[in-house]
Design a protein around this ligand. Structure first.
Ligand SMILES: Nc1nc2c(ncn2[C@@H]2O[C@H](COP(=O)(O)OP(=O)(O)OP(=O)(O)O)[C@@H](O)[C@H]2O)c(=O)[nH]1
Ligand SMILES: [Mg+2]
Length: 299
């Protein structure tokens, strides 16, 4: 008895998270082997998708990334961690994900952008540490121009600032980003608050954080989620939530699960912020809110 196709695709996607190259191809091949042999329908769609993924992975493997510092997007959104050297960016990245990265009590421990996935309420968000941006980045100093390019692709920026240091250091970094014409949703992480009092900022939301304090890390994760601007829709029959850019309708969610479901969907029952009462029956055009749970109804 095969798994329901929706579950199967979800399981495969979960196994693929964070994989690349030979490892990714191995996971994709194994998934192909497990797939029931139908020539049409949703399983055939999954097979087509897997084969396309194998091709795309091969192409990526052939391109040498040695001279570029491009960061491949993964997860529902990409958030850049930017700040002066030694601000605690790598430590934050490490505390929020499973990557091992060098942290150090000296400037420029990190010399290339480092991506890591963090899970926020069941959704993966990619955090990318941008090595200490310094004054003059726009003139290409310290490879700054290429780093600003990485920043340009991000969905949002977390400015990391060591709470024990003068705020002018952060403002120098912000000035550099502004001079490059980069405008993104942003917040400030007031790092190392176990060592100093948190501060306020005239324009930006400040989230105090210490890698020694799990509660502060949770609050930081929640703030990062808000920064993505996405909504998370949970499915009543379990599995990971779907992350979508608002406005997100019932039909959008059905489509995100599977395009066939998108076509068959007749509405949903909704629990949560957008529902007037638990289990409210709504149509396909109903707009959902972050944290809603839905049961998709189909023909
Ligand atoms: N007390 C305390 N120390 C921290 C915290 N986060 C980072 N540090 C320390 O701050 C120093 C710098 O941390 P990193 O994470 O390497 O900083 P970074 O911003 O990645 O630095 P570069 O990559 O060199 O630009 C290290 O000695 C860390 O141990 C924190 O929350 N509390
Ligand atoms: Mg670092």
């Amino acid at each position: 008895m095969p798994m329901p196709h929706r579950t199967q695709l979800q399981v495969i996607k979960r196994r693929l998270v964070g994989t690349e190259g030979a490892e990714r191809i191995r996971v994709l091949r194994a998934a192909l082997d497990e797939l029931p042999d139908y020539r049409n329908g949703p399983y055939a769609d999954i097979r087509k998708w897997l084969n396309a993924q194998i091709d795309a992975t091969r192409v990526r493997a052939r391109v040498t990334h040695r001279d570029s510092i491009a960061v491949r997007r993964e997860g529902a959104a990409q958030i850049a961690l930017v700040g002066p050297p030694n601000a605690g960016k790598s430590s934050l990245l490490q505390a929020l994900s499973s990557i091992q990265i060098r942290t150090g009590d000296y400037a420029f421990t990190t010399t290339r952008p480092v991506p890591a996935l963090t899970r926020i309420g069941g959704v993966y968000v990619q955090l990318v540490e941008i090595p200490g941006l310094i004054e003059g980045a726009n003139e290409g100093r310290g490879g700054g121009r290429a780093l600003l390019g990485v920043l340009r692709n991000a969905d949002g920026i977390v400015y990391c600032h060591d709470s024990t240091r003068p705020l002018a250091e952060l403002e120098a970094v912000r000035a550099e980003v502004a001079a490059a014409g980069i405008e993104k949703p942003a917040l400030v992480a007031a790092t190392k608050v176990d060592e100093a009092a948190p501060f306020t900022h005239p324009q930006l939301r400040v989230v105090p954080v210490s890698v020694l304090d799990d509660a502060s890390l949770d609050a930081f994760r929640a703030a990062v989620w808000e920064l993505t601007g996405l909504v998370r829709i949970f499915l009543r029959d379990g599995g990971d939530p779907v992350a979508l850019r608002p406005p997100a309708t019932v039909e959008d969610v059905a489509h995100a699960i599977h395009h066939e479901l998108g076509a068959r969907c007749t509405g949903a029952r909704v629990w949560g912020p957008s529902a007037r009462f638990d289990g409210q029956r709504v149509g396909t055009a109903h707009e959902l809110a972050d944290g809603d749970a839905v049961e998709i109804l189909d023909r």
